[in-house]
Every structure is written in structure tokens, then in C-alpha cells.
Design a protein around this ligand. Structure first.
Ligand code: PGA
Length: 262
């Protein structure tokens, strides 16, 4: 089993469609202020809405905060009404991209095949993918959670080349029943699923490659109080955070708590 690397934890803020452009810019400025004392000790990615991305890079200067997008299209350009090209994301300073979030899979019909094409596209453009996987409550109750997550990882990565150089690919285990519900997975449940993901990666690639280039995050009702239990289990390298990332003060204390544990 991969042991946690000494590298800094990664915390990803998924702001979904919760904030306006000005609001997003204000919160970044406040978050930067809140995180001044822990500079150099964490990596955090903020994923605002597409329309808030431009101009964000400038605001992030002088902090450890990096820019992420909530989705990406698989082609560079063409007649794809409403989609956003990976090239455009790079242009505005995006470095990370969330792919296959369950809200997109469930509400917008995103399939394993689409997710896989997006992963390939992101890697090809030097964007770091944060691939989301996770089972529904029904699938867990039927005992199919491991099979479902294994299939999601396999199909998303089947055609994707491994990240090159120091680049990483993050897999966020986000049980759907835990997202936005306040009912986070227990450390044991999360740890078990970390092992399933890890084993799937080892079946796809070599062990040293998995050690070097793949990392897992936990997501689903993570807050400043429970975050430590996931990084303490010697498994996850960080967290994907929705609700608790919206308030700069809460998100900053979540990051501070992760630093203390890691
Ligand atoms: P949550 O959202 O932290 O509000 O559960 C997490 C996510 O959807 O990525």
C-alpha cells in the first residue's frame, strides 16, 4: 500500500455555482489574508465558476493558492456550444481541473466515456486532473460500492497516458451520499475505498508509477473539524471541499488543521 508521501497536502475548494464574480474575487482576497501565516506549508486550489476565472490569477499572486476549473471539454476548439476549451483554461492561468464530479454525472448525463476523454484532454494540455469517483447510497447498500468505484477509475484512466515528469493525477473519492449532506464517510469507510482505488491503479500501472504520480483526496461533507481524520489514516493526501470552502475563515482553519495533521 502506498504510504503517504512527505509532500504537502492538497486542498481543493469547489465553489460550484455558489458565488458571483465579485464575491469570488472578494473571498480570494480575504482567504489570502487568512493564510498569510502558513505560507509555504500547503497547496490549495480554488475552483470558482468559469466566468470568475479571468482576473483571478492576478489576485492569487503572493499566495500559495492555485487556480482550478470545475470542468473542461475534450476538444481544443470547434462547434461545441457552451463548452470550455482546455486551451482557454490555460490562457487564464488555470492549472487544475475537476473532472467527472458526481453532480455532472448525475444532473448532466456525463458518462464514463466522456470523463475519460476529458482526462486525456486535460493531461495533454498540462492541466492536472482531479478525477472524481464515488458510489450512491443505493450502490453502497447493495454492497456494490467497490465495484462501482473500481469501474469508474478503470474507465476514466484506460486510455489516459500517465502524467509526465513531476505532474500528478488526483483521484477524489467522493461518496455521493456524503456530498452536501453533512454526513461524511467515516475514516474507516474512506480508508477502505482509498485501498480500492490504490489497488485499481496498481492493476493499471506499475507500483512505482502509482507512488510517483497518483494521489487520492477525500471529498464529501469535509469541514475544519473532521478533515484531520482522513489525512490521519495514512491514506489521503488531502481533501476536495465544497460547502466548507465558501467561507474564507472556515476554509483557512481547515487548511491549518490539515497542516497540523500531515
Ligand atoms: P461538500 O461538497 O463538501 O459540500 O460535501 C464536496 C464536493 O461536491 O466536491
Amino acid at each position: 500500500m502506498t504510504r503517504r508521501s512527505p509532500h504537502q497536502p492538497l486542498v481543493v475548494a469547489n465553489w460550484k455555482m455558489q458565488l458571483g464574480v465579485e464575491e469570488s474575487h472578494e473571498r480570494i482576497t480575504e482567504l489570502k489574508q487568512q493564510l498569510k501565516t502558513v505560507r509555504g506549508r500547503y497547496q490549495a486550489v480554488v475552483c470558482p465558476s468559469f466566468v470568475s476565472l479571468d482576473g483571478m490569477k492576478k489576485l492569487l499572486r503572493g499566495s500559495d493558492l492555485l487556480l482550478g476549473a470545475q470542468d473542461v471539454f475534450w476538444d481544443d476548439r470547434g462547434a461545441y456550444t457552451g463548452e470550455v476549451s482546455p486551451m482557454n483554461l490555460r490562457e487564464v492561468g488555470v492549472e487544475y481541473v475537476i473532472i467527472g464530479h458526481s453532480e455532472r454525472r448525475q444532473l448532466l448525463g456525463e458518462t464514463d466515456e466522456m470523463v475519460s476523454r476529458k482526462v486525456v484532454s486535460a493531461l495533454g494540455h498540462g492541466l492536472t486532473p482531479i478525477l472524481c469517483v464515488g458510489e450512491t447510497a443505493h450502490e453502497r447498500n447493495e454492497g456494490r460500492h467497490e465495484v462501482v468505484v473500481r469501474r469508474q477509475v478503470m474507465s476514466a484512466l484506460r486510455t489516459a497516458p500517465p502524467p509526465t515528469g513531476h505532474n500528478k493525477l488526483y483521484i477524489a473519492y467522493e461518496p455521493i451520499w456524503a456530498i452536501g449532506t453533512g454526513e461524511a464517510a467515516s475514516a474507516e469507510q474512506a480508508c477502505m475505498m482509498h485501498q480500492v482505488i490504490q489497488q485499481t491503479l496498481i492493476d493499471l500501472y506499475s507500483f512505482p508509477l502509482v507512488e510517483q504520480s497518483y494521489r487520492t483526496l477525500y471529498g464529501g461533507s469535509v469541514d475544519e473539524k473532521n478533515v484531520s481524520q482522513y489525512v490521519r489514516v495514512d491514506a489521503f493526501h488531502g481533501a476536495l471541499v465544497g460547502t466548507a470552502s465558501l467561507k474564507p475563515e472556515t476554509f483557512a482553519s481547515l487548511i491549518t488543521n490539515i497542516i497540523k495533521t500531515f
